[in-house]
Design a binder for this molecule. Structure first.
Ligand SMILES: *Cc1c(COP(=O)(O)O)cnc(C)c1O
Length: 388
């Protein structure tokens, strides 16, 4: 039986043509394709600045640095995320902590955040930066977080890796509520550059810092120079930066993909609706729907329900045995050996742990066919009925 992957990129002849065009051009990197992609991405997400980077991980790293995260800083994120959302703080030598999720939305709980902030305010241990994640493409409660950020003086670095094209209160993710938002273009994400990412912001000063950090901490911009130039060749290194640049080949692929992002998202949405109908009678918790936001549907993540006769592990194995590529998002970050060594324990974030215990991400990608979804339903229905 044909294998159904859990995710699969869509690369068209147009995508290929635009990459080939760059291969034949003067610039493979640091040419015009990168700013063209940045401008298009910024425009689509309603934000004035977009800084393309080699990955979302790199973007999260320099975003933390741009927000002055360093040794002694405190950064909070959600445990229900990919490792990079927490690692970025550790790269800067900061202390990381987590805020548990809301069991329904699976995003960082505003109640838990608010309570933790009240305690932190009393003990003088307020975070410098909070990193909410738009899990599965469903925007986090960013308006409430903005309110808390203004009250307690932290910055919001939104990990929008799943959420290109998503919107919250009718505004695109990456604009209205966060100080910085980071998107990923890894091959499994909404649009891809193979590896790549972008950081968006409204703040021109943060944008300038990010551009420097992306490229060795250097600048040639006359307005940014600290000293009088030696001559027209002059550049300055003003901070310790990196080579986190996206290539023009990648940007050309990204730009071509971005041009059809809305239709890719429509396809994902239609498939998610179809899953909702197909799976409604199974002992599963289906993905949450929130009327005030539009998900990009990066993942279709269900929970094996209490009434199921089989465990998540058994259902997972049965699906894989039937050539259905399921996955689990996420092992709570605080349970990883590296983070356990920093002092985190099982039981610290019970909602994220409970979600993980039953979580299952079903195949979802634009080219998924109706009969493949039907097969997922049949294998899943049989597996859920199988007693342990
Ligand atoms: C994919 C992902 C990342 C990392 O993205 P890369 O572009 O692979 O570095 C970070 N955070 C989340 C939530 C992700 O899903």
């Amino acid at each position: 039986m044909e294998f159904i992957p859990y995710s699969c990129q869509q690369v068209t002849q147009e995508d290929i043509n635009s990459v080939v065009e760059v291969l034949r051009s003067e610039f493979l990197t640091q040419g015009p394709a990168v700013p063209a992609f940045e401008d298009a991405f910024a425009k689509r997400h309603g934000v004035p600045h977009a800084i393309a980077v080699s990955s979302a991980t790199a973007g999260l790293h320099i975003a933390c640095l741009a927000l002055d995260v360093g040794p002694g800083s405190l950064v909070w994120t959600t445990p229900n995320t990919f490792l990079a959302s927490a690692n970025c703080a550790r790269y800067c030598g900061a202390k990381i902590d987590f805020v548990d999720i809301d069991p329904v939305s699976r995003n960082m709980s505003v109640e838990a955040l608010s309570t933790k902030l009240e305690t932190a305010a009393q003990t003088g241990r307020l975070p410098k930066v909070v990193i909410p994640v738009d899990f599965s493409g469903l925007p986090a409660d960013l308006r409430e977080m903005r309110f808390l950020a203004d009250r307690h003086g932290f910055k919001i670095l939104e990990d929008a890796s799943h959420a290109a094209g998503a919107s919250y209160l009718s505004q695109p993710v990456g604009s209205a509520w966060s100080d910085l938002s980071v998107f990923s273009f890894h091959a499994v994400k909404i649009v891809t550059t193979a590896e790549g990412g972008v950081v968006t912001t409204h703040d021109p000063e943060l944008a300038a810092r990010l551009r420097r950090l992306r490229s060795h901490g250097m600048t040639r911009e006359p307005a940014e120079l600290e000293r009088a130039p030696d001559g027209p060749w002059y550049y300055e290194q003003q901070s310790l930066g990196f080579n986190y640049r996206l290539t023009d080949l990648q940007a050309a692929l990204g730009n071509s993909q971005l041009a059809r992002m809305d239709s890719l998202q429509q396809q994902r949405m239609a498939l998610a609706d179809r899953y909702d109908t197909l799976l409604r009678d199974l002992p599963l918790v289906l993905p949450p729907r929130q009327a005030d936001r539009v998900s990009s549907w990066h993942l279709y993540a269900v929970e094996v329900g209490a009434q199921a006769k089989a465990s998540r592990a058994e259902v997972f194995r049965a699906l894989r045995a039937a050539n259905v590529g399921v996955n689990v998002h996420y092992i709570p970050v605080h349970l990883q050996p590296y983070y356990a060594r920093l002092g985190f324990r099982r039981g610290d974030f019970p909602a994220a742990e409970a979600y993980y215990a039953n979580a299952l991400s079903l195949p979802l990608f634009p080219a998924l066919r109706a009969e493949q979804q039907q097969r997922v339903l049949e294998v899943l229905a049989a597996a859920l009925e199988q007693p342990a």
